[in-house]
Design a protein around this ligand. Structure first.
Ligand code: GLC
Length: 544
């Protein structure tokens, strides 16, 4: 790979709970990942990113960390991690790990110490403890709501048995927020960065990278009702505060001490690309997820606009544009792009959602969207299972759901479990080959055999073969480091551009559109209709 790999890499997100389970207990693990890594080499990705596998009570699927420098026993051991990393290196795959700095688990020793200590102590100062409002302090310190629902403050019982201070948790009550104005917290995270860098990771995906620093005085704030869980549409006093950037400038210095091009990627869930781009200024992170792109509806005008904005805003600060359609927090794009109405991020869909989309339409659009995305200059993210065309698992029974969003909204929001179901490897065996026992932490739909990897491998026209072809051609034609030129005179419903030798045409309209004559079809997301491109289909051409 060329230097500055983050400018062009395709990064594949492994969600360890649901990738491959060697132990057979129903939750995926590191040995499972190691055993299956060759399939990712075969797919043609450059980097894998692992969602958290560190010690955790798993109240938020591992995004609640109790020990940042160890592996949770359900995922294995540090030795298993080292073996996984060594196998990845053999296969020429880079590895980045998830770092969760906004909050820890309430089982973290620091938080346990804070609970045992008195108000005003050094132990409490590592988190956001405050006295309550009202005479007896019985009201929370402000009106903030948790992003998972309910109040963002929980009151503690002091050592002497009295009702005491409150602590802030932007997420679940089991996820207390650190106080990043405290130098001790900053020093601890430098140590954690070094721990993983010394082990040989290529970088970090930084969780809630727009959080960490809260506005002075913690002023009241009410987010819009229909806002995305993670971003909203207006500046919140707990997101995107200027001071947060100092943290990353500091971390960048730590990474720069290491050889081997280590990189930081921000999960900064801000509403516009210009805001997201602040995380990748030259002395900060290397990449940031383009959530503005991920949340764009299946509409040609909106897509053109976000592509134009992205190819301006990221390069303006010297960073690559990035592209993403799916991850473990959003409705899988094969389903989302066929939803008749917007569902804000985090709210999720389930059996009672009105107007559930047609799976075939969704798959068609999903494949076209990926075909469009993988031609765009910059770096792209894939989420495990999308290369199989997996839809969102909509019919999960209520009693199987695990996302704290579901519980904190009393079942009124389904949350994110539908995109987290263990993925199918082989048709006709227990758990579709996720493990050998058939146990799975979330139930797999009965009709997933057709999505299994072994059913698709080598089958012309399968989603897996489409992804393999797109990734091979993207590399062969150097698309990731190319320049995008818009093609003139495209109909409104069509997105079309050139990158180097390759012309991309995506038809989002109802009518088929004629393809230029004499051009070679390099790859198409679906069957062509003679010399025409049907609706919801995208194609790469040469010689157009
Ligand atoms: C990020 C993670 C999400 C998690 C949250 C709290 O958004 O991607 O899964 O629930 O942070 O850590």
């Amino acid at each position: 790979m060329t230097s500055q790999w983050w400018r062009s890499a395709v990064i594949y997100q492994i969600y360890p709970r649901s990738f491959a389970d060697a132990s057979g207990d129903g939750v995926g693990d590191l040995i499972g990942i190691t055993n299956r890594l060759d399939s990712l080499r075969d797919l043609g990705v450059d980097v894998v990113w692992l969602s958290p596998f560190m010690t955790s009570p798993q109240k938020d699927a591992g995004y609640d960390v109790a020990d940042y420098c160890d592996v949770d026993p359900i995922f294995g051991t540090l030795a298993d991690f080292d073996a996984m990393l060594a196998r990845a290196k053999e296969l020429d795959l880079r590895v980045i790990v998830d770092l969760v700095p906004n909050h820890s688990s309430d089982q973290h020793p620091w938080f346990q110490d804070a609970l045992a200590a008195v108000p005003g102590s050094r132990e409490r100062a590592r988190y956001m403890f405050r006295d309550g409002r009202g005479e007896g302090g019985e009201e929370p310190p402000n009106n903030w709501q948790s992003l998972f629902g309910g109040p963002a403050w929980t009151r503690v019982t002091e050592a002497d048995g009295t009702q005491g201070q409150w602590y802030l948790h932007l997420f679940d009550a089991s996820q207390p927020d650190f106080d990043w104005s405290n130098e001790e917290v900053r020093e601890e995270f430098r140590r954690i960065l070094r721990f993983w860098l010394d082990r040989g990771v290529d970088g970090f995906r930084v969780d809630v990278a727009h959080g960490l620093v809260k506005r002075d005085g913690l002023p009241d704030y009410t987010p819009p009702e229909d806002g995305d869980s993670m971003g909203g549409i207006e500046p919140a006093p707990y997101f995107g505060q200027d001071g947060v950037h100092d943290v990353y400038r500091d971390w960048r210095k730590v990474l720069d001490e290491y050889d081997g091009e280590r990189a930081l990627c921000a999960e900064a869930w801000m509403p516009t690309v210009d805001e997201i781009a602040k995380w990748v200024r030259p002395d900060e992170m290397h990449q940031a997820f383009n959530f503005a792109y991920a949340m764009t509806r299946w509409n040609a005008g909106d897509l053109r606009e976000v592509i134009i904005d992205s190819l301006r805003a990221f390069p303006d600060v010297g960073a690559p544009a990035t592209w993403v359609l799916s991850n473990h927090d959003v409705i899988r794009h094969t389903t989302r792009l066929a939803l008749p109405a917007d569902v804000p991020q985090g709210h999720g869909i389930g059996p009672k959602t009105p107007d559930l989309p047609d799976t075939a339409v969704g798959l068609h659009r999903g494949r076209a969207a990926t075909t469009l995305m993988l031609a765009l200059p910059g770096s792209a993210y894939l989420y495990q299972g999308e290369e199989l065309g997996l839809p969102e698992a909509v019919d999960l029974p209520d009693d199987a759901r695990q996302d704290p969003t579901w519980f904190r909204h009393n079942g009124e929001r389904y949350g994110r479990d539908g995109c987290r179901v263990p993925i199918p490897w082989e048709a006709g065996v227990p758990a579709y080959g996720f493990n050998r026992t058939g146990e799975t932490w979330l139930p797999q739909p009965d009709d997933w055999a057709e999505y299994a990897r072994d059913r698709q491998a080598g089958v012309e026209g399968s989603t897996l073969e489409l992804y393999r072809t797109l990734l091979r051609l993207r590399r062969e034609f150097g698309l990731a480091s190319g320049e995008l030129e818009w093609a003139e005179a495209a109909p409104d419903d069509v997105v079309t551009f050139r990158v180097g030798e390759v012309t991309v045409i995506a038809n989002l309209g109802e009518q088929a559109v004629p393809l230029p004559q004499g051009a070679d079809v390099l790859v198409s997301s679906g069957p062509l209709d003679g010399g025409a491109l049907p609706n919801d289909t995208a194609v790469w051409l040469r010689g157009a």
